[in-house]
Design a binder for this molecule. Structure first.
Ligand code: F6P
Length: 564
């Protein structure tokens, strides 16, 4: 049993919190006007702009003054963000409720760091690099066609089965880096809804398909059920095509040549019938939602090769180094996180939009939902005591410009302000001119226009000047002061993507530290899992049905009456 750790400080009882509350009240009294703030301070943009290797960040359209930033950083210091960050980077057990180290930063450290980080009595970087080398060797064999399926054909398609952290990261990265793919095509199966796997395998040739089963625990119901369905599909289709006979030896050979696993539980991998030689491990110090750059990303190595994956890792690592080595006053990661606290805890804004102006990033908001909400959606702190303020931002989003034609109305004129991160890149993988117009420029002008409209709005006089009838004027006004951050990259590459992911990982960490919560456990997903297991028999068995609550019983009765 993990020992009870010391209580975090109650951040809301600190003088730094009080100073921010007073500052907030003062700003409300004076009135917040981005237009005025821009006019009064010609240095505002320069002061609130930051540069990293891959990105230019413009934070100037946030509802902050110089004083706000300084007070927010005082709060970060009072919460011990720097000390806890260093403890995390050193592989200490800061995941208190599970008594685990939190060392995902070790996944992307270079081989030159071997010998420098002993985590849980092992040389963590040596372990990481050993698994990476095995994965690269395996991927080389598959990509070159040396690795053959049971009928002697090379692998053309990969199906990666996992859920949550064992799926969202790999899917998002695969989709984002599609323009760089130079290996087999990958599909991802996550939902236990049989429609998912049925659709994903229906046009695949089992003779040229490799299945990766990705599960940290190798016990997750969805993943193991999908893996069994995939095993059945593979063997059944091979048998029906006459590619294998029904002998146990041939079936075992087919599994060995078409199934590999990624897990921390190699015993259960072997029980499933997958040769442990074809299993790639990771460690208890890698949280599921922080695992995409571990063996969990095996599909990515197959699709993009060693070079692509190493560039991704280097992007993560560069952002890790930036976050650790840049003083807080200049540290855009810490400042973005603290501005989120400002909105969440002082303004009371409830949600946070992430709006990538890049179609390849279309799964990025979904990925961030798990990263942020599974990490920081907590009501107790790391010592088990109740939180003392609101936690857990609600992240959501869609790529621009599609979102503009869906929910931006609410962001521009609704009653619930939504701080938003706008993400775009100066260059596109698909430069196209249409009737003399660079289409990427058309796209980028939307990225630029939206944050401008949100910040500066449109006054009644401006609307009137367009000849609008007086009674329609209010409907066409934009009050402005809707906060945004612009994250502008040079190119969307494996390196910049790694940096972008690490940016949000560290934002999540910083917010969690200020709130005093363990961002690395996820007890909140357990109850539903347990109940689902108990409910399965009630779908058929009257005694089990009788034990259900009235609402569940009624729903099951509806199911029983309508199941065909
Ligand atoms: O949803 C809970 C969770 O434990 C996530 O944290 C994790 O990413 C996912 O389930 C999958 O778990 P596993 O990799 O063990 O199958």
């Amino acid at each position: 049993m993990p020992a009870k750790p010391a209580a975090p400080i109650d951040i809301t009882a600190t003088p730094e919190w009080k100073a921010l509350a007073d500052h907030y009240a003062k700003l409300q009294e004076e009135g917040i006007s981005l237009k005025d703030w821009f006019a009064a301070d010609p240095e505002r943009v320069a002061k609130l702009s930051f540069t990293t290797d891959d990105f230019h960040f413009d934070l100037s359209k946030n509802l902050v003054t110089d004083e706000t930033i300084s007070l927010l950083l005082d709060l970060a210091r009072a919460a011990g963000v720097e000390e806890r960050r260093d403890a995390m980077y050193a592989g200490e057990h800061i995941n208190t409720t599970e008594d685990r180290a939190v060392f995902h930063t070790g996944l992307r450290r270079p081989a030159s760091d071997i010998g420098k980080f002993i985590v849980d009595d092992r040389d963590a970087i040596a372990d990481v690099r050993e698994v990476l080398d095995r994965m690269y060797a395996f991927a080389d064999r598959v990509r070159s066609g040396e690795w053959k399926g049971v009928t002697g054909k090379a692998i053309e398609n990969v199906v990666s089965i996992g859920i949550g952290g064992s799926d969202l990261g790999p899917v998002m990265i695969y989709e984002t880096l599609k323009a760089f793919r130079n290996g087999p095509a990958c599909r991802f199966v996550s939902n236990i809804d049989p429609n998912d796997i049925a659709e994903k395998v229906k046009d695949l040739d089992p003779e040229t398909t490799l299945v990766i089963v990705v599960s940290k625990t190798f016990t997750t119901l969805e993943t193991i059920t999908n893996a069994k369905m995939a095993r059945w599909w593979l063997l059944d289709s091979l048998r029906k095509a006459g590619a294998i006979d029904g002998s146990a030896e041939k079936e075992a050979e087919a599994i060995a040549k078409h199934f590999v696993a990624v897990s921390t539980n190699l015993e259960l991998v072997a029980d499933f019938g997958i040769d442990p030689q074809n299993a790639f491990g990771f460690w208890s110090w890698v949280g599921g939602r922080f695992s995409t750059d571990s063996a969990v990303g095996l599909a990515l190595i197959l699709a993009f090769g060693k070079e692509g994956f190493e560039n991704l890792l280097a992007g993560f690592h560069d952002m890790d180094v930036y976050f650790q080595e840049t003083p807080l006053e200049k540290n855009v990661v810490a400042i973005m996180a603290m501005i989120n606290i400002w909105y969440n805890n002082f303004f009371g804004f409830e949600t946070h939009a992430v709006l990538p102006y890049n179609q390849y990033l279309h799964r990025f908001p979904a990925y961030l939902q798990q990263l942020t909400m599974e990490s920081n959606g907590k009501s107790v702190r790391w010592d088990g005591s109740a939180v003392t303020c609101g936690t857990g931002e609600i992240f959501w989003g869609e790529p621009g410009t599609n979102g503009q034609h869906a929910f931006y109305q609410l962001i521009h004129q609704g009653t619930k302000p939504v701080p938003a991160d706008f993400i775009a890149f100066a260059n596109t993988a698909n430069p196209i001119q249409e009737s003399g117009q660079d289409v990427h420029e058309l796209f980028l002008s939307n990225f630029l226009a939206q944050t401008k409209a949100l910040a500066f709005g449109k006054t009644a006089d401006e609307v009137r000047a367009e000849g609008t009838p007086e009674w329609i004027v209010p409907a066409r006004c934009f009050e402005g002061n809707r906060p945004t951050t612009s994250i502008f990259g040079v190119d969307l590459t494996p390196h910049s993507l790694g940096a972008l992911i690490a940016l949000y990982e560290h934002i999540v960490f910083t917010e969690g530290t200020v709130w005093g919560i363990d961002s690395f456990d996820q007890w909140g997903v357990e109850l539903g899992k347990q109940l689902a297991k108990q409910i399965v028999p009630a779908l058929h068995d009257d005694e089990a049905l009788a034990a259900q609550d009235a609402s569940t019983k009624a729903l099951i009765e509806f199911y029983r009456a309508n199941r065909k």
